[in-house]
Design a protein around this ligand. Structure first.
Ligand code: SF4
Length: 438
């Protein structure tokens, strides 16, 4: 049996697409190889959000070429955003690549792998949502549920709209049917996905329109789904109806990833984020008013062009005021093809690194404090199986999306109540209070 290996870069949308790619390859009779060295088909599902991701991928492709020189039957396949961004050059610059598909053409992967010449590439026009394709889920009790694709925003640093195209929402009937069938399959936790997930539905014809808030309530009503999360929302679309739906839907977890990017209104304007510091803080206030225990995480970019010490201080001030549970922190790196790459007032690298270090200290301090505040509380934890280091300890996620370690161990997919006894900035640890179902 020929065997495949998929390497996934980037966001959750790619993780989801990779599950579809694996499902399609298995439906075609291939098995999964434990690592790249043992595979006959190497698939790279790529990201192009940062220059560093591109460099890493190119290195992988050169390694694949070395293998292909020794084994000409090896197939090298590239999918995802980087493939789309290189559509004009990929087969010229990397002639050992056998097939390439953009993120909107995942369902054409099989045809591209069987084709010759130009038809080895499928880019641009959007085939359809990958929902009807077979999929190989990593866990049988958790699933991704794609609501939309593409993005209509014009953030000045972001390449996504040019590779994933304008926003297209899936028909609500289709989304809910998939959610119901996943629940019947034993899925209890759904992650709703979209590049800008909470603007879902606005592009649908008026007769079929369904808002993101209505979608949250619709999924919440499905028997068997006890946890709903979503990625990535945009603060501009986090309106009152969405906050109410979150607060009133039992299954929607008390957790939100709300990208800040910068705390400076001046920089936010240059980023074209369409909110300012005041609006963001007001939104956090409304979220906490509706859900006092909500865990908030965020993304922050440091060193955006023109960022002064005062702008950076504004970011630190917002971070302190909100007291996020955690953050993904990034150093701004110019992306070819974006507006911000052409800004002349780029921040020197040394300044960017020094600011990042200061930000990370603040992030860690708040993460430790937010977790420490959970000591003595009882948290619902969905077990994901044994911890990486000790089979007698289980690892899972709280509703607030904290990584929890607990004893006695509980089977993957089991929900338990855990009393939290100790914490670090990364994890919470405790003992199961409720009996663990056999
Ligand atoms: S909202 Fe902005 S950062 Fe997010 S995908 Fe769209 S353009 Fe990129």
């Amino acid at each position: 049996m020929r065997r495949y290996h998929v390497t996934t870069f980037g966001c959750q949308m790619n993780v989801h697409d990779s599950e579809r790619i694996k499902g399609m390859l298995e439906a075609a009779g291939l098995g999964e190889a434990p690592d790249r060295d043992e595979a006959d088909v190497l698939v790279f599902n790529t990201c192009t959000i940062r220059e560093k991701a591109d460099d890493r991928l190119v290195q992988h492709l050169h390694d694949a070429r070395g293998r292909k020189d020794r084994d000409p039957d090896l197939q090298v396949v590239v999918a995802g955003c980087w493939a789309e961004s290189q559509r004009e050059a990929i087969f010229k610059d990397f002639p050992w690549v056998d097939a390439a598909v953009g993120p909107g053409r995942i369902s054409s992967l099989g045809d591209a792998m069987r084709a010759d010449g130009e038809r080895r590439g499928a880019f641009g026009s959007f085939d359809d949502f990958a929902a009807d394709l077979p999929q190989r889920r990593e866990r049988n009790f958790q699933a991704w549920l794609q609501l939309s694709m593409g993005c209509n925003s014009v953030c000045s640093y972001c390449i996504v709209p040019s590779v994933r195209g304008r926003e297209r929402s899936r028909h609500p009937r289709e989304v809910l049917a998939e959610a119901r069938s996943l629940a019947v399959d034993g899925v209890v936790e759904l992650m709703l996905l979209g590049q800008n997930v909470n603007s879902y539905g606005r592009d649908l014809p008026p007769a079929e329109r369904c808002t993101f808030a209505e979608m949250l309530r619709g999924v919440d009503a499905i028997d068997g789904i006890s946890r709903i999360r979503f990625m990535s929302p945009h603060p501009k679309d986090m309106r009152g109806d969405v906050i109410a739906a979150m607060a009133e839907s039992d299954a929607v977890c008390e957790q939100l990833h709300l990208p800040l990017q910068s705390g400076s209104s001046r920089i936010l304007k240059r980023m074209r984020r369409t909110y300012d510091q005041g609006r963001y803080l007001d939104l956090v206030g409304r979220l906490r008013h509706a859900m006092p225990d909500i865990a908030l995480t965020t993304d922050v970019i440091v060193g955006f062009p023109g960022e002064t010490e005062q702008d950076f201080q504004d970011t630190l001030d917002v971070y302190e005021a909100v007291g996020f549970d955690h953050a993904f922190t990034f150093i701004y790196s110019p992306r070819n093809g974006t507006e911000a790459a052409g800004f002349e007032d780029q921040v020197p690298d040394a300044v960017k690194h020094e600011r990042l270090e200061r930000l990370v200290d603040v992030v860690q301090r708040h993460a430790a404090a937010r977790n420490a505040a959970l000591v003595g509380t009882v948290q619902e934890v969905l077990s994901e199986g044994p911890s990486r280091t000790d089979p007698h300890v289980s690892r899972g996620k709280t509703r607030g999306n904290k990584t929890a370690l607990f004893t006695p161990a509980a089977a993957a997919g089991t929900t338990v109540q855990v009393r939290i006894e100790e914490t670090t900035s990364q994890t919470v640890r405790g003992t199961v209070e409720s009996p663990v179902p056999a």
